[in-house]
Design a protein around this ligand. Structure first.
Ligand SMILES: Nc1ncnc2c1ncn2[C@@H]1O[C@H](COP(=O)(O)OP(=O)(O)OP(=O)(O)O)[C@@H](O)[C@H]1O
Ligand SMILES: [Mg+2]
Length: 384
């Protein structure tokens, strides 16, 4: 297949460090370098909603969501009291994580006997409300095994809370980057399975959802893992409807996470599904290398993963240097080469030369087939 047969070398990155912020911080606005059109997207959809408090506004939010969502299983509307009960009054001991939107608690819904993740948003103002609405609207419209399931939400007064299925293995980031010494690293094929599933989630958004949806926030902390390490994409607060009619891109404010944003999007605000493909390439490189996209603890030339990888992509003999040392050499060498070829293509500077996510899925279906005989034993095992 064409995607596996070559490894084109991208031109040197042009992202300006000064305009970008930490990859560990959450969603944020990246400095727009061009005036943008105010195109309506999912995140600006229900204009009737303001940040005023009160039952009326809450009802309008719920009505908007139900009216516009192509709702399969409608998200349930919870009261604040119900969710306080679910999380033992937002007990800090039940806190499972904290991101740019707010805190995530593990909770238990008695009436359905369900363990849930409860995300209490702490971003105030119009932007916070937009992200909340975008999340609820998008997740009400889309349903796929590789997208996290939204069980319900609460818009009581100033509170904006989202209730999701609980993902016992939390985020990919926690299994891949800055692993504590006692934690087992993911093996090669589990990594390929996770990449395949995450790519399928994107493929659904780009090719099956109608209109197409650009996810905009593809990163390791937004890929959640169930008990069998099946990946599901989460955080749809930045999701945007794709271009329609004659347009080939959406012009929008630049939002996202430093390091994961495609260069053309970071520089001009021009958003296409290929921006998601670039972000996929970054995450896939993190999956292969076990390195964080931006790591200020590394020597300067290794701080930016993509800049570090680009010269190595040019020399096949250096490919093994890019494999995560925690794999201890246990990976099929051919598989590593092919995986790096895919990452390299997704990371092309020129958006139009990046593959479609559907092609990436096809390639990953092939790479995720377990062929343990192909795995080169680690050096110590070879000696034994
Ligand atoms: N549905 C869920 N099930 C289990 N754990 C979850 C769930 N959603 C989130 N988490 C945990 O909470 C953490 C914080 O998630 P959150 O989405 O708020 O922030 P983030 O992804 O780290 O950053 P950002 O705000 O940029 O998305 C995740 O890293 C994950 O460990
Ligand atoms: Mg997240």
């Amino acid at each position: 297949m064409s995607i596996l047969s070559c490894c084109r070398i991208p031109k040197r990155g042009t992202m300006r460090k000064s305009s970008l912020k930490s990859s560990k911080s959450s969603v944020h606005e990246i400095k727009p370098s061009k005036k943008y059109e105010n195109r309506e997207g999912l995140s600006t959809f229900p204009r009737s909603v303001s940040m005023n408090t009160g039952g009326m506004k809450q009802r309008i939010i719920a009505e908007d969501i139900l009216k516009h969502g192509n709702v399969g299983v409608p998200a349930e509307v919870f009261t604040f009291r119900e969710l306080a009960n679910t999380t033992e009054n937002f007990n800090p001991e039940l806190l499972v994580g904290e991101g740019g939107f707010g805190r995530v608690y593990k909770g238990y819904l008695k009436k359905t006997n369900q363990v849930v993740a409860v995300k209490q948003l702490d971003r105030n103002g119009i932007q916070g409300n937009r992200e909340f609405l975008s999340e609820v609207l998008t997740l009400s419209m889309v349903h796929h095994p590789n997208l996290v399931n939204l069980i319900g939400y609460c818009a009581d007064g100033q509170q904006r809370i989202l209730v999701y299925e609980y993902m016992p293995n939390r985020s990919l980031e926690e299994h891949l980057l800055d692993l504590p010494p006692n934690k087992k690293a993911l093996d090669w094929y589990t990594r390929m399975e996770i990449a395949k599933g995450a790519a399928r989630g994107l493929e659904y958004l780009h090719d099956t959802a109608n209109p197409p949806i650009i996810y905009r926030d593809f990163k390791a902390s937004n890929i959640l893992l169930d008990e069998k390490f099946n990946p599901k994409l989460s955080d749809f607060g930045l999701a945007k409807l794709g271009p329609t009619g004659e347009q080939d891109h959406v012009s929008t404010r630049v939002m996202g996470t430093y390091g994961y944003c495609a260069p053309e999007y970071a520089q001009t605000g021009q958003l296409t599904t290929k921006s998601d493909v670039y972000s996929f390439g970054v995450v896939f490189l993190e999956i292969i290398s076990g390195r964080r996209v931006i790591d200020s603890t590394k020597p300067t030339e290794e701080e930016n993963l993509v800049d570090w990888a680009k010269p190595l992509f040019k020399d096949k003999r250096k490919f093994v240097l890019m494999a995560d040392p925690l794999l201890e050499g246990k990976y099929p060498v051919k598989g590593l080469y092919q995986a790096l070829a895919i990452a390299s293509m997704c990371l092309q500077e020129e958006a139009s030369t990046r593959p479609l996510i559907g092609d990436v899925v096809t390639a990953l279906e092939y790479l995720a087939i377990r062929a343990d005989a192909e795995i080169t034993p680690a050096p110590d095992e070879q000696e034994g």
